[in-house]
Design a protein around this ligand. Structure first.
Ligand SMILES: C[S@@+](CC[C@H](N)C(=O)[O-])C[C@H]1O[C@@H](n2cnc3c(N)ncnc32)[C@H](O)[C@@H]1O
Length: 272
């Protein structure tokens, strides 16, 4: 049962700045400072527990025996669900705090590593059947190096399954908060997340839909699915007011991408 029936599970989110403002980037402290609270809320809230994660699992389908990289695994809820479904999972994240929670949840034998998307990944070519990148790409200004590495570690015809902040919603929220950022621009914004006494400032990048699809195809992926799914069964009972007000809503955008069988001409690993 959710401990807080707000869609975020009690995480307060305010827009701290968008690129029109002069945010002090040095103050961005990331997930380490809110790891416990974020992981607890993510477990049972509407937008993660009863929307984003079920959608990722549905898009993944039957993963029995698949070797999967969960990129930006956080505290490991998707890792755990995919492992329960019969996959062999490796998780990477750049936050030590999140990885510590994942270790606690998943056990000593779970393959968890600290690694940063956008840098070279510690895996040989053609290692994974699937990569999941759940709510992580929107932290990156340039998707090229990260997608290139994910393409490299995927087997030919492997799948990259992605969820990101929905760009229409992000831009609309920024407009409604009195800023006027250009939807068609790729721009930075900072949110302040609070839960109890924990606070984090997180830096995100908005990019328009066409910039996302161009980045995917340039990195050697073909788009199989673009999805705006409904909430999971069970959401209605747990979040009746929310679902009655909005039986369907836009929040995140989902993609299933197929790695093309040939490496993309001109792609170079960030290490080269
Ligand atoms: C919104 S959380 C999602 C965690 C997990 N996928 C889930 O759905 O519960 C985003 C995660 O991405 C991680 N992250 C952000 N930027 C990253 C990067 N460049 N490389 C790897 N992980 C990153 C954060 O540390 C955090 O754990």
């Amino acid at each position: 049962m959710p401990t807080d029936d707000s869609p975020t599970g009690g995480i307060g989110i305010t827009l701290f700045s968008s690129s029109a403002d002069s945010a002090d980037q040095a103050e961005i402290n990331g997930y380490d400072s809110i790891a416990e609270a974020y992981a607890a809320a993510n477990e049972t809230n509407l937008i993660n527990g009863y929307y984003e994660r079920p959608a990722m699992l549905a898009l993944a389908g039957d993963v029995t025996g698949h070797r999967i990289l969960d990129a930006g695994c956080g505290a490991g809820p998707l890792f755990a669900a995919l492992r329960d479904a019969g996959a062999i999972i490796t998780g990477i994240d750049k936050s030590g705090g999140m990885l510590e929670l994942a270790r606690r949840r998943l056990g000593d034998d779970a393959d968890l590593r600290m690694a940063e998307l956008g840098s070279p990944l510690p895996f040989p070519d053609d290692t994974f059947d699937d990569v999941t990148a759940s709510l992580v790409l929107h932290y990156l200004e340039d998707w090229g190096p990260a997608l290139g590495e994910l393409r490299r570690v995927l087997k030919p015809a492997g799948r990259l399954i992605v969820s990101v902040n929905h760009p229409f919603v992000t831009n609309l929220m920024h407009r409604e908060s009195g800023r006027n950022p250009d939807y068609f621009a790729t721009y930075n914004y900072t949110e302040e997340w609070t839960a109890g006494s924990q606070t984090a400032r997180l830096s995100f990048w908005h990019r328009p839909l066409h910039a996302m699809t161009e980045a995917f195809t340039k990195a050697g992926f073909q788009i199989s699915v673009i999805s705006e799914p409904p909430p999971a069964p069970g959401a209605q009972e747990l979040f009746p007011a929310e679902i009655e007000a909005k039986p369907r809503f836009l929040c995140f955008l989902f993609f299933v991408l197929a790695a093309s069988s040939e490496p993309v001409a001109g792609y170079r690993s960030p290490a080269e």
